[in-house]
Design a protein around this ligand. Structure first.
Ligand code: NDP
Length: 336
């Protein structure tokens, strides 16, 4: 049973000393428990936050503890009611080959689910994040302009496609021409701007001739500062993530943008609302998401891209790729 543990807390981007692979005996399930074998491990930007001791919405991973993560696993043996050998489940077992579970918080996906890994992406946490954050906080109306960064990633790609379904003009922001082309050609956004371009702010302004009504905040930094002058009165800003700042070791260089940010919120009467997907919305929103998203996928109205990395040992480097934008689509590790 291999497992990836946190060896030390990183300063800035994680390095070779941050995570360590250990082996341990395969655990034995007791009464009311089941043994799970990981099939797919999800890699997500929040994992960087769990490596730090800083106060957050969740406890950090302990030094020597198994890295947190959602997995799709197969039930190998079960003494747990409602779960049978061969069932696939969605579980928070973390970065390891095997785990024992009492079934609490575990979702049964059945014996032979279509696309089991999608439970980690478009049909799971990132898809739900996009749906709830955009529709319940962003409240897009037909004809409005919606901007979202990390537009080829699982959250941003879904935000933009739902906004198109709702009749909005959608402008994505992504890193590099290849991602931008995918966002327009495959995902159907109206435009996509490369945030690495020197004239990023000018290009964004040109792509948003009627200003911005919803800015779905995924990255912060240069993208946020390009958006601020374009926000319309009563714009909405669901604050989902600030990925460009996750590896900061101190405050960034450059001018203090606080006055511009707060002045814009004030003058433009912008609604800014942060959310954490697992506790900001009630179960009725999840049910609505699961039903609508399954329909959109079946109708081909939402496209989904995955990057599958082979082997648990490849996970640490793959997480770093994700943190610096070297991923393309939803990153999952095929473990077994
Ligand atoms: P992605 O797979 O899209 O990965 C993050 C992306 O951020 C990178 O691929 C990169 O895309 C972009 N990025 C990284 N650094 C920068 C930078 N300096 N400037 C601009 N963009 C950068 O992630 P997800 O779709 O899984 O998540 C998107 C956001 O949503 C994250 O901030 C995440 O933390 C947040 N999130 C929040 C949740 C909540 O409950 N609030 C739940 C789930 C996710 P590119 O190369 O295109 O720039």
């Amino acid at each position: 049973n291999r497992r990836v543990v946190l060896a030390e807390r990183p300063v800035g981007l994680p390095n070779d000393d941050t995570l360590r692979i250990e082996t341990a005996a395969i655990p034995t399930p007791g009464p009311g428990e089941m043994l799970l074998r990981t099939v797919y491990l999800s890699l997500d930007p929040y994992m960087r936050g769990r490596m730090s001791a800083a106060k957050s919405y969740a406890e950090p991973v302990a030094i020597g503890g198994v890295m947190t993560g959602q997995v799709v696993a197969e039930v190998v043996a079960s003494n747990c009611e409602g779960f049978a050998k061969g069932d696939h489940v969605l579980s928070g077992s973390g970065w390891q080959d095997y785990a024992v579970s009492d079934g609490k918080g575990v979702m049964n996906l059945g014996q032979n689910p279509d696309h089991p890994s999608w439970a980690l992406g478009i049909l799971g946490m990132p898809g739900y994040t996009a749906y709830a954050g955009l529709l319940k906080i962003g409240e897009p109306k037909p004809g409005e302009t919606v901007v979202v960064a990390a537009a080829s990633g699982p959250v941003g790609a879904t935000v933009g496609q739902i906004a198109k379904i709702k009749g909005c003009r959608v402008v994505g922001v992504a890193g590099g021409p290849e991602k931008c082309a995918h966002v327009v050609d495959v995902l159907g956004f109206d435009a996509c701007i490369d945030h690495k371009a020197d004239d990023f702010a000018e290009q964004l302004a040109a792509a948003c001739p009627d200003g911005i009504d919803v800015y779905f905040e995924n990255v912060g930094g240069k993208v946020l500062y390009g958006v601020l002058p374009l926000l319309n009165p009563f714009a909405r800003m669901p604050v989902c993530g600030t990925a460009s700042w996750y590896n900061l070791t101190g405050l960034p260089d450059g001018p203090d943008m606080g006055p511009v940010l707060m002045g814009t919120i004030l003058r433009m009467k912008v609604k800014v609302e942060g959310f954490i997907i697992f506790d900001s919305f009630g179960p009725e929103v999840y049910k609505e998401f699961a039903k609508e998203m399954a329909g959109w996928l079946a109708e081909g109205r939402v496209q989904y891209t995955e990057q599958v990395v082979e082997g648990l040992e490849a996970a640490p480097a793959a997480l770093n790729d994700l943190l610096i934008g070297k991923n393309f689509g939803k990153m999952v590790v095929k473990v077994g």
